[in-house]
Write a protein that binds this ligand. Structure first.
Ligand code: PHE
Length: 311
C-alpha cells in the first residue's frame, strides 16, 4: 500500500459511501479537495481517491508547501440525495482523522459547501469567510505555467498571439479563459455542457465540440476539466505542440507520458500546473499572507515548471 491511511465509511445520515485517502503526511498535514461525484460503483470512487490523493502529495511538495496529500470522495447516488447531509457525513469522517488531513473544494463542491463541512470539523480550507474560492488562484497558476511552456517551446513567455484550446469551462476553466483573453491569446474552447457556450461568447473565444477542441491545431491544449483524457487511444489524435492544464490526473497511466514524448508533444505535469489553488489557500490561511503575497507565490509556478521542464 502506497497510502498512509484510507478510510471508507457509509455516511451515518445519507448511507452514501465516503472515502478519505491520506496519501502522505511526511511533509505535514495532508491536504486535498472533497470531490462529490457520481461513479458507476463506489470502488471507482476509491480508485479516483487513491490516485488523486497521491497527486496531491506531489502537488504540495513541488509547490514547496509543508503539506502532504489526501483527497475525499463522496460517491453521489443515481437519484436525489441530501447534499448538505452528504457533506456533514464527509465532515464526520474528516473529523475522525484528528487533523492528519484537511479538505477543500474540488469537482462538485465549492466554498459554501466548506461551511457545511465546517459544522463537523475545523479541518477545512476555502470557507467564504477565509480564503474563499481557490479556482481563481488555480487559473492564475495555470497562466504562470503556460508562460513557462511558451518560454520553453518558443523562447518567450509572451502569451499574446499564442493559441490555446481550453477543454472545460467550469470554475477554473472560465477564469482561465478570461485571463488568457485579457492577454490577447487566441482561444478555442469547449465544455460538455452546451450552456457554457456563453463563456466563449463573452471572451471572443471560438466554441467547438469537445472532440474538436481536443484535436485542435494549437500551441497548447489546456485540459481544465476531469482527468484521464490522455490515453494510448487519444494521444494520436492530438495536433498541439504541448499539453498543459489544471485538470488533475490527465494521464490515464504514467506510461502515456512516453507516447506524448514520442510524438514530440511537451507535457507539463498537472500537479505543478494546478498548484495555484492550494498555494493561495495555504499561504492565506496557514501563513497569514495577504492576497498580493499569495498571488506572488502563485506566480512562482512559472519558475517551478521552468525548472522541471529543464531537468
Ligand atoms: N481542488 C483543489 C486541488 O485539487 C483542492 C484544494 C484547494 C484543497 C484548496 C485545499 C485548498 O488542488
Amino acid at each position: 500500500m502506497n497510502h498512509e491511511r484510507i478510510v471508507i465509511e457509509r455516511g451515518r445520515r445519507t448511507g452514501l459511501t465516503i472515502i478519505v485517502a491520506v496519501h502522505s503526511t511526511e511533509r505535514g498535514q495532508a491536504i486535498g479537495g472533497c470531490r462529490l461525484k457520481h461513479y458507476p460503483d463506489w470502488r471507482d470512487g476509491l480508485t479516483d481517491a487513491l490516485r488523486l490523493s497521491e497527486a496531491m502529495t506531489t502537488k504540495a511538495a513541488t509547490a514547496g508547501l509543508r503539506n502532504g496529500g489526501g483527497k475525499t470522495v463522496i460517491v453521489a447516488p443515481d437519484g436525489p440525495f441530501d447534499r448538505d447531509d452528504a457533506l456533514r457525513d464527509a465532515g464526520d469522517v474528516i473529523a475522525s482523522l484528528n487533523g492528519a488531513y484537511a479538505t477543500g473544494p474540488d469537482v462538485g463542491t465549492g466554498p459554501a459547501d466548506m461551511d457545511v463541512i465546517a459544522e463537523r470539523t475545523e479541518h477545512v480550507f476555502c470557507r467564504p469567510s477565509r480564503s474563499g474560492d481557490p479556482s481563481e488562484g488555480t487559473a492564475a497558476g495555470t497562466v504562470a505555467a503556460l508562460r513557462a511552456v511558451c518560454a520553453h517551446l518558443f523562447g518567450s513567455p509572451e502569451l499574446a498571439g499564442r493559441s490555446f484550446a481550453v477543454l472545460g469551462l467550469g470554475h477554473v476553466g472560465s477564469h482561465l479563459v478570461r485571463m488568457l483573453a485579457e492577454r490577447h491569446a487566441k482561444l478555442i474552447v469547449s465544455d460538455i455542457d452546451p450552456a457554457r457556450r456563453a463563456v466563449a461568447e463573452e471572451y471572443g473565444a471560438t466554441w467547438t465540440t469537445p472532440a474538436e477542441c481536443f484535436a485542435a491545431e494549437v500551441d497548447v491544449l489546456v485540459p481544465a476539466a476531469l482527468g484521464g483524457l490522455l490515453t494510448p487511444a487519444t494521444v494520436p489524435v492530438l495536433r498541439c505542440a504541448a499539453v498543459a492544464g489544471p485538470a488533475n490526473n490527465q494521464l490515464d497511466a504514467p506510461g502515456t507520458a512516453d507516447l506524448l514524448r514520442e510524438r514530440g508533444i511537451l507535457f507539463a505535469p498537472d500537479p505543478i500546473v494546478s498548484a495555484g489553488g492550494i498555494i493561495h489557500a495555504v499561504e492565506i490561511e496557514l501563513h497569514g499572507a495577504t492576497a498580493a503575497e499569495a498571488a506572488e507565490r502563485v506566480d512562482q509556478v512559472e519558475r517551478t515548471l521552468a525548472n522541471a521542464l529543464q531537468g
